[in-house]
Design a protein around this ligand. Sequence first.
Ligand code: GLN
Length: 508
Amino acid sequence: MTTELNTKTAAELADLLASGQVSSLEITQACLDRTTVVDGLVHAYLHVDADGALATARSIDERRAAGESLPVLAGVPIAVKDVMTTRGLPTTCGSKILHGWIPPYDATVVAQIKAAGMPILGKTNMDEFAMGSSTEHSAYGPTRNPWDLERIPGGSGGGSSAVLASFQAPLATGTDTGGSIRQPAAVTGTVGTKPTYGGVSRYGLVALASSLDQAGPCARTVLDTALLHEVMGGHDPMDSTSIDAPVPAVVEAARRADVAGMRIGIVRELTGEGFQAGVQQRFDEAVQHLVDAGAQVVEVSCPNFVYALAAYYLILPSEASSNLAKFDAMRYGLRVFPEGIDEPTAEQVMAATREAGFGDEVKRRIILGTYALSSGYYDAYYGSAQKVRRLIADDFARAFEQADVLVSPTAPTTAFRFGDKIDDPMAMYLNDIATIPANLAGVPGMSLPSGVAPEDGLPVGFQILAPATQDDRLYAVGAALEARLLDAWGAPILGQAPDLTAATVTGA
Ligand code: GLN
């Protein structure tokens, strides 16, 4: 399988395209063929746009043949998370309430991808409105982890991580509000970055929690992730929180892959107790690799991180309950008329539509958020959570005085089985214990694979966090670690994943 075009990295494909050895049409067709073979099992896509992808590929091939100088990733295909609006293509956010909605505009990141000449293969599955850590909350059924089809691919961006891990696309987009890029990357042996808040435009992302949401790149290697980060990053006048500064030099950092003299801070509160033994073991080994590469290790303490989850689950539902108020049966997608009422009022139609259109997790968070924001409780809940958020940002500031980057395991465990946590929201929420602090403080974070756990043979994620706007540090450290791990494991970690062509499932 290794010689097939769908298994190559985006950087390799860009070189092959630039030197005229392959066409974008061949690459795009190879990815679509792979989807035909495996996606009946994996269910990474909610919508495949073969015609659109092939049309873009053909036009890029023609422009290249005509001698036009093209962007680096022109002709390299990509999958887009279904939370991003795509003009003329369905955008459901994994929800029934948006079933049938065709957006009239592109999200800025989608426009950037199109301007870069990248064929869009389709829209990837996700937990409904990006709420979850497993894709089990998708209204269209879960995505399966290519490493073990009875296990979750992470969430909310499990479609994007699975599309990469099953070699259906070399690149994908994600959004990370509390870990939805990094945790899926961790449990599928892929790479994902949550950029600095404001580093990538939020315009055209269906909002979950506006002060936490951040779009970012997903890929199979650190360099590929950096290449996509450069496409997606940059100032956007359509997003008032967009940073008006050049994109950090992430590709250069990934190519340099240098950690000599860098101070790596291990966050005491994000290791040890509560982390699966094999996850901790691979984390410790990865730290040793960084020391061997010339980095210095320090231990830092972020005492307020223990309150991160509690603050997040007040701030997120509060913002989500406001953002989701617009799904009122009048403007988008679904409209349900209540049974047994001849002339229902607008309010009755709204209630029936929201009852039928939202899943349990979404309703749970709307109720929680509405309660937390209600008069009399606002200060006690939302107000207190915002104060905790400040303390967490202060913890980061102090830690970054002692270290250039902070590191931890990305998730406490490897991929869990379908059904294990779906009925226990608290257990599901605890999966994000290591990723949430970065969203609360707006700092950038990356997850990359650090091997497979000895006890279950499943991938383990290594998380790197950097100060705001210093996203390039993630790539310098990530690429240095990736190179060492490649030596240690003798092949990319994803090389150990099953091929899937002969796989069957017993049902999730
Ligand atoms: N799993 C987290 C949640 O359920 C994170 C979601 C996200 O990053 N979109 O909120």
